[in-house]
Design a protein around this ligand. Sequence first.
Ligand code: PLP
Length: 459
Amino acid sequence: MDGFATIIEPFRIKSVEPLRMTTAAERRALLRDAGYNLFALDADDVLIDLLTDSGTSAMSARQWSGIMRGDESYAGSPSWYRFKESVQRLFPFEHIIPTHQGRAAEKILFSVVGGPGKVIPNNTHFDTTRANVEHSGARAVDVVIAEGRVPSSRHPFKGNVDLDALRAVIEEAGPEHVPLVMVTVTNNSGGGQPVSLENLRAVRAVCDDFGLPLFLDGCRFAENAWFIREREPGQQGRAVPDIVRDMAALADGMTMSAKKDALVNIGGWLAMRDDELARQCREALILTEGFPTYGGLAGRDLEAIAIGLEEVVDEDYLRYRIRSTAYLADALREGGVPMVEPPGGHAVYLDARALLPHIPPLAYPGQALAVALYEEGGVRGCEIGTVMFGRHPDGSESAAAMDLVRLAIPRRVYTQSHVDYVIETVLRVAARASTLPGYRIVDEPPSLRHFTARFAPLA
Ligand SMILES: *Cc1c(COP(=O)(O)O)cnc(C)c1O
């Protein structure tokens, strides 16, 4: 909006969900009962839930009316055609294969192209992507630029692929063992950092040199396109859908979780140009997801995605979306709270190891900070650090590369005063950081321990 400093939420609220207030004493008891694991809390006991931006979007009145319009015909439903057209307006791939979420698309793709001896390069594999690549017997290799691994580096496109590293991985494996190259936009596991169009073009050129297809992990394609528009020379003021189509034109296919940038609560798709690959993927789809015109979804879900894809590329929406994340980061930076810089599109990542230097990584500073944020203000974030990554298949444990707490912002859910409250909560915890205890694990499963481990504070 011309000349205004305040970027407002570009929507008003028609239906509300009450938040349940709790006292600090109640939260301390709930934490004890939950074994200090925030995944074990009831969502009703959380005031501001920043655990994830996945599947937590608020849908618009138009999407809800689309839900009623959804046609549940088994084959060839009009909702399927509306979904397909909406996807293809942004991503003009010949074949669109609906799935119930992103990992289902990954499972199908890698069960067809993966397998022992194969290597998949990606800027940074998201954890389900890596798991599906590895489950097929293939190897997942991350080739993000060096700046993408340094929390304090303010490179504008920290999600970019390291082109030399990509070439080296392909040459070492042999191109015949690399079924495709993937680029994740934005780079979720690397802090929600964008990839530039220039870098995507260069990745395309490397793929062409070796005759390899390029696939996008497109979960946050619209946020990535907005960062291109804001930060990449020559891109200012361009229409977001045009930037998205430029990204798509460089690729041969994509996997997608609609739970992110399609503004819905469930859904995804797999897309590609290649007819034979599509045939094989559809066969796999029918085994585990459903008929090719609905995949793992109801007609009403397809309808909500079709509409969400129109809303997510709206400039006013994206300006508000990226600004609301930056607003949280700006206030915390001003308050001296260390974090991954610059903030990504969907989340702010607090640097718990830097904030809590008295807690060694094996006493889980990320867990300590996440617990303290809940205790202080009922705010739920997510430890991304030694609890999540520290235990190895051989049973040993070591410090993760970083100890972070991710505050992921659900789309269109919280207002600026909610974010102000989060800021106050973090600053209050930061002010007493030196008094926070570390934790030890009293019970943990053999794998993916962050979901179910129980903790106890160190004296
Ligand atoms: C969420 C996500 C996925 C997996 O999608 P689900 O819908 O959760 O299965 C894959 N890649 C990235 C980058 C993601 O953020």
